[in-house]
Structure formats: C-alpha cells, structure tokens
Design a protein around this ligand. Structure first.
Ligand SMILES: *[C@@H]1O[C@H](CO)[C@@H](O)[C@H](O)[C@H]1NC(C)=O
Ligand SMILES: *[C@@H]1O[C@H](CO)[C@@H](O)[C@H](O)[C@H]1NC(C)=O
Ligand SMILES: *[C@@H]1O[C@H](CO)[C@@H](O)[C@H](O)[C@H]1NC(C)=O
Ligand SMILES: *[C@@H]1O[C@H](CO)[C@@H](O)[C@H](O)[C@H]1NC(C)=O
Ligand SMILES: *[C@@H]1O[C@H](CO)[C@@H](O)[C@H](O)[C@H]1NC(C)=O
Ligand SMILES: *[C@@H]1O[C@H](CO)[C@@H](O)[C@H](O)[C@H]1NC(C)=O
Length: 469
C-alpha cells in the first residue's frame, strides 16, 4: 500500500498537465502515522559534494504498534464499545460507514503497545537503509534501546535488517528508571517537571472546534448512534492503527473524513505535542539536550569504539531533541521566543507552522547527526563537517551553516553546541529533580557498567518473542 503510493504518485503528478490534488491521510496522523519520509525540507539526503559520512548517531522512536494505552482507552475502546452496543444500526444503508456492518475491531487488549508486522518491517528496513546509506562504516557492535518491549523489539528488528550473519550486533537495554537523571533513553520519565498530560487541555479546545461539524454530519447520516467528539477522534486514530495492523483501513476514506478534516486532526495533535514535548514545554529542551550533547561529543572525539551509534526510544524524546537543536521552530525568521505559544492558536490552524508532528514523530521517526569528511567541495576548505537529518531530510541548523550543503564546520558545530548547552543545560535543576543521585549527563555509550547487551537470534522475533510487559 505504502509502496504503491510512492510508486504511483510521482508518476501521476509528473504527467498531469493541470495541477491535480492528492491527499494521503496517513501522512497527517502525527504519532499514529506509519513511517514515511516527508522531505521537510526537500533537501537531498545524499552527502554534499566531496563529502563522505565517517560517523553517525541515530535516535529513533520505536516502529508501529497496535495501539498506545492512552489512545486506546481514551478514544478507541469507547468508540468500539459503542459500536458493539448499537447492534440495531443498519450501517449498510450509509455509504461512508457501510463497512461498519461487518467490521471487526483490529486491536485486542493483549496486543496493546506491541509491534505490528508493519512495525517489524519498518525497523528492519531502517537497518537495510543504514547499510545503503553508510557502506563505508563499520557495522556497530552494539545498539541501544530503552527497556520497553516495543523499543527493544524495534532494535532487534533493525539488527536483523542490518547484520549479514547472526549475532554480529548486540542490543543493550537501558532501564526506563524514574531516578536515572539524564542518563537513560527516557529522561522525561526521570524529569519531575514533565507531565505526560501537558497539552491535552489546549488540544482539547481545537478538538471540540474541528469535530463539531463532523459530529453533526455523522449524526445526520446515522441517527441514533449519537456520535461525539471523542468518537470522531478515535475513528481517525483507527485509520492509522488499523493501517499498520491490517495494511489498510476504511476509516482513512476521504469520503468519510475530508482532507481538511485530517488537517484539523493533525493540528490538534500538533498543539498537544507543542505543549507536551515541544517549544511550548518548559522542560523539553532540557531533557532533549543530553542526547544531543552525548552524540555530538561521540562524533567529535578523536577515536570511538563504533562508527555508528543507534538508539531506540519512545515518541517523547525525538521532539525534545528537536527543541534542543532548535529545529522546526515556528518563531524562526521573525518571531520571538517569548511569543512561541501564539504561533499555535487554539481557535484556527496555523497552516504555515514549522512544527508538524507527522514530520517529526511518525512511527520510527528518527534524528541523525553525521560527521562528514569533505575534500574538494568547491568553495569549502577540506576537513570535518557536521550535518543533521530528520527522517532523512537534511536540516539547516540555527547559526551553524558554514559548510557544504546543510552542513556546518567543526568549529561552527562546537560553537553551536556551546550555545545550545547555555540555553538548555542543567537537566536536574530545570526538571526540578527531587532525588539526590541525579546526573545531567548521558553516559550510556561510553560507560563500561552498561555492558555489552545480548545478541539477537534470527528466529525469535517472528516466533517466540518475550512476553508482553
Ligand atoms: C453499552 O450498553 C450498556 C448496557 O446498556 C451500557 O451500560 C453502556 O454504558 C453502553 N456503553 C456505551 C459505550 O455506549
Ligand atoms: C539513583 O539511585 C536509584 C536507586 O538506587 C537508581 O535506580 C538510579 O539509577 C540512580 N541514578 C543514577 C543517575 O545513578
Ligand atoms: C526559536 O526561534 C526564535 C526566533 O529566532 C528564537 O528567539 C528562539 O530562541 C528559538 N527557540 C529555540 C528553542 O531555539
Ligand atoms: C507556553 O505555554 C506553557 C503552558 O501554558 C507555559 O508553561 C510556557 O511558559 C509558555 N511559554 C512561553 C514562552 O510563554
Ligand atoms: C556533554 O558531554 C561531555 C562529554 O561526554 C560531558 O563531559 C559534559 O559534561 C556534557 N554536558 C552536558 C550538559 O551534558
Ligand atoms: C564487552 O566487549 C568488549 C569487547 O568485545 C570486552 O572487552 C568487554 O570485556 C566486554 N564487557 C563485558 C561487560 O562483557
């Protein structure tokens, strides 16, 4: 399905004489979007002329799961229960909803939070992609993951796509401890200043606005079901979840929800992520910084154990790293930092925003920092340069643009890092840490106490995975 899209769309639009409108809801589903590369911005992922990547660090969200507990309990399950209760409805008479006559819910309680087959495929494909992108780098000895099953399974699936023979790459699990300070892949869990519900109040305002006409329309189509705002939100989430479980979903139909409905759903999610883990949060940059700092130091150091450092985490961390890096900033080029919340109005969509969660944190959403060796890049000195990619799209770093393409020189990168540390350093203090053994530094990549992890057998992924945690 995803493959068909990528094959057919460019052809169709290249040959169309007049502009033709295309819309794929799966690319507007925020944290429920299957992995895709939005090309935001459409800069080329190829290394700049004359440059070769000699080291890289990746941070990835886990791949597609059946459903997140919160989404399921809050929106999806109540809709499913209601649908089950309304056995008297004759759905067959309602064109956009007739599939509900013989639909079956795609998610069981037992499957919540675990990877789907699409998820395993996504992560495996990233492993293959890394081998294509970095043919000159040594295969990593270890990759790192937070300890939840969905992140660990993503790491294992990536390893299977990446290694050529069994047991070449180990997976190291890092505890998701509440007292780990900045020294984990889930530092928001050990940051008391972070609240997992931040942003729900604000996104609720827009959710009520955009669902109102949809609720009215659906209730006119199907009197007696009594559709409510949360049903609409849940049905739209089901488009994403059912697609990564079954390969397609009738909830994605543009006859059921129009492109503008999907854009409004996406904006609701973007408001939530803005306040939860984005520029509207007072702690996101502080818990995003340690990964940036640790990775930047690894890449800049003279010698490292590995050429490639890959880590898996949950949806909260990549956007926080984006904030620490200063990317996808709505206020860039004109706004001011103290008015950042004004860029996400709660009564209408800011269509021109840079902050789009679908582009940052789809399933398997990932951020990379590359160290490049450049020679004969016309107009630039030979030497060491740094570059950041988000879902494979190279990004211009704020105040760090003195290299070929979107890269920046070593000296520029050092200054950039120093500036970011000055803004967001001090994890424990900013997070209001209330335990006394905290740390502001992420050391898992170099701390010998972390150990070598375990190998990944070929078959266990598909046949006898560990139990659900
Ligand atoms: C389903 O029906 C039962 C029994 O009438 C009722 O208690 C329950 O609240 C209903 N649930 C929903 C989601 O409508
Ligand atoms: C602090 O102590 C707790 C309890 O022993 C431990 O789980 C945690 O990893 C420690 N934190 C750090 C940063 O060492
Ligand atoms: C976002 O951009 C504005 C305007 O350039 C800048 O003042 C602010 O510091 C930026 N925010 C972050 C976190 O980098
Ligand atoms: C944005 O809103 C959040 C939540 O109300 C608040 O904590 C934060 O300080 C605001 N940011 C700015 C820059 O005003
Ligand atoms: C940044 O990383 C370096 C190298 O690991 C470390 O010495 C320093 O303390 C770190 N600073 C922060 C704020 O993480
Ligand atoms: C991890 O592997 C390295 C290199 O193979 C080895 O030197 C080291 O002793 C191992 N450490 C542990 C804790 O097994």
């Amino acid at each position: 399905m995803a493959l068909l899209y990528t094959l057919l769309l460019p052809l169709a639009s290249a040959s169309a004489l007049y502009s033709s409108y295309n819309f794929n809801p799966l690319e507007h589903l925020g944290g429920v979007a299957p992995y895709f590369e939005p090309q935001d911005p459409p800069t080329s992922p190829a290394a700049p002329r004359g440059c070769t990547a000699v080291r890289a660090a990746y941070l990835s969200r886990h791949a597609a799961i059946y459903a997140n507990d919160y989404d399921y309990e809050e929106y999806i399950e109540p809709f499913i229960e209601k649908w089950k209760n309304h056995t008297g409805m004759d759905w067959t008479k309602i064109p956009a909803l007739n599939f509900l006559a013989d639909w079956s819910p795609p998610i069981s309680e037992a499957e919540l939070e675990i990877l789907t087959r699409v998820g395993k495929l996504e992560a495996t494909q990233l492993g293959v992609d890394l081998s294509f992108r970095y043919p000159n780098l040594r295969l990593p000895q270890r990759i790192w993951t937070s300890s939840a099953e969905r992140t660990a399974k993503s790491a294992q699936a990536l390893v299977r796509g990446f290694e050529l023979d069994d047991n070449m790459i180990n997976v190291v699990e890092i505890d998701e401890g509440k007292q780990s300070g900045a020294d984990s892949l889930t530092p928001y869990k050990s940051c008391p200043g972070y609240s997992s519900s931040a942003g729900s109040k604000q996104s609720r305002s827009y959710l009520e606005i955009f669902t109102k006409p949809i609720v009215a329309r659906l209730n006119a189509l199907a009197p007696g079901f009594d559709f409510e705002a949360d049903d609409v939100y849940g049905m739209m989430e089901l488009c994403g979840y059912e697609s990564v479980i079954r390969g397609s979903s009738r909830f994605c139909s543009l006859d059921l929800f129009s492109p503008d409905d999907w854009l409004a759903w996406e904006y609701t999610a973007d408001i939530m992520y803005h306040y939860n883990v984005g520029y509207g949060s007072n702690v996101a940059g502080a818990f995003g910084l340690p990964w940036l700092n640790a990775s930047a130091h690894l890449l800049m150091s003279a010698k490292t154990e590995q050429d490639l450092y890959v880590s898996f985490t949950h949806r909260e961390l990549p956007p926080a790293v984006i904030v620490a890096m200063g990317l996808f900033n709505n206020s860039d080029f004109g706004g001011t930092a103290d008015r950042i919340n004004n860029t996400m109005p709660l009564d209408r969509i800011n269509q021109r925003r840079a902050w789009k969660s679908s582009h940052i944190l789809p399933f398997l959403g990932n951020i990379a920092i590359e160290r490049l060796d450049c020679a004969d890049s016309y107009g630039f000195e030979d030497g060491e340069y740094y570059r950041v990619l988000v879902n494979s799209a190279p990004q211009e770093l704020p105040d760090c643009t003195d290299g070929p393409g979107t890269s920046c020189s070593r000296q520029g990168f050092e200054t950039y890092l120093k500036d970011r540390l000055a803004v967001f350093g001090g994890f424990s203090e900013r997070c209001g840490v209330d335990y006394d053994n905290s740390t502001d530094v992420l050391t898992i990549y170099t701390d010998p106490k972390v150990g070598n992890g375990t190998t990944v057998g070929k078959r266990s992924l598909w046949e006898n995975g560990r139990g659900h945690q």
